[in-house]
Design a protein around this ligand. Structure first.
Ligand SMILES: [Zn+2]
Ligand SMILES: [Zn+2]
Ligand SMILES: [Zn+2]
Length: 312
């Protein structure tokens, strides 16, 4: 496999001639062969990973059209000619492609001729760990998954788990031990075992990726995933509204009434993008309500009107 890849370094530029521009760009003196192990630049790595993902998607589309994998990346011209011009931003070389002799396993490899390069994709499975700019989003999605698992656990046992591992042993959520991608540690969890729980990103630095308390997400501002977190907050407020209505047969006059009535302690959770409390309105008899993301631009993260979610 290694041998084959190395020999392909020489072949691929020739094969790509039909694709035009990539061969030309290789001649460009600016992109000359003075490749200087520049792959320690994380931006390059991320761009290279994106390129390989694009190629992998292109290959899936090619497969969908033809029922087989291409013999050569230049055949992706029928999917999108741009795919033929992708080069690794560090070494400026086109990607290496290998198809097994059985024709059912393909590999796309970063062309940097020394180790470590940016990795490879085999049949859609990437070999590299997530890039740093993906970490907050992955961490947030891990925490929201844990929070929904805790809610399911509550639904079954009428209490929150004592430890996250109980999500696994109960069979509710097998991936309870998925770590934060930045530090590799398991999430910090605490609970009074009955009514309340919290999940914290375990990063030892401040700010971490945030935390979840009783299903409400607190992500630090300016990290990705604020839309998802904001919507999760609005869903929680929507449940608070339903509970309030159940108890008083009307909706609260002000959002803060969720708090003063004891229905929902964290009624003043902010939108994680702007830090503002949610906009709330109701009519004079409390028969209807709107909770809206306070972001001043259009579209904001959405709204919930009488339990109806605007983004679904
Ligand atoms: Zn690369
Ligand atoms: Zn984290
Ligand atoms: Zn928002």
């Amino acid at each position: 496999m290694k041998k084959l890849i190395i020999s392909l370094v020489l072949l691929v530029p020739l094969l790509l001639m039909s694709c035009g521009d990539s061969a030309v760009s290789m001649m460009d003196p600016e992109h000359g062969s003075t490749f200087s192990a520049g792959h320690d630049n994380p931006k390059d790595a991320a761009q290279c990973h994106d390129n390989m993902e694009l190629l992998s998607t292109g290959i899936s589309m090619f497969y969908g059209m033809n029922g087989w994998f291409p013999d050569d990346l230049s055949e992706l011209v029928i999917v999108d000619p741009k795919l033929c011009n992708l080069i690794c931003p560090s070494c400026k070389l086109p990607y290496l492609y290998d198809l097994s002799s059985s024709g059912d396993v393909y590999t796309i490899t970063c062309p940097i001729p020394v180790e470590p390069n940016h990795g490879y994709i085999e049949n859609g499975h990437r070999s590299w760990p997530p890039d740093p700019q993906e970490w907050p989003e992955i961490c947030h999605s891990n925490m929201t998954s844990l929070a929904s698992a805790c809610a399911m656990f509550y639904g079954t046992y009428n209490r929150y788990p004592e430890e996250l591992s109980e999500l696994g042993t109960s069979g509710i959520y097998d991936n309870w031990d998925e770590p934060c991608p930045a530090c590799g540690e398991l999430y910090h969890y605490s609970s009074d075992y009955s009514n309340t729980y919290s999940i914290h990103c375990p990063m030892p630095t401040d700010p971490t990726h945030g935390y979840v308390i009783d299903g409400v997400c607190y992500w630090p501002p300016d990290t990705s995933g604020s839309q998802e977190a904001c919507r999760s907050n609005m869903r929680s407020l929507g449940s608070g509204m339903a509970m309030f209505y159940g108890a008083y047969n009307r909706y609260p006059a002000e959002l803060s009434e969720l708090g003063t009535s004891g229905v929902m302690g964290n009624w003043d959770v902010p939108c994680p993008a702007c830090g503002e409390i949610y906009h709330y309105s109701t009519d004079s008899i409390g028969s209807t309500y709107v909770v809206e993301c306070p972001l001043p631009w259009d579209p904001n993260h959405g709204s919930i009107e009488d339990g109806i979610i605007s983004w679904e």
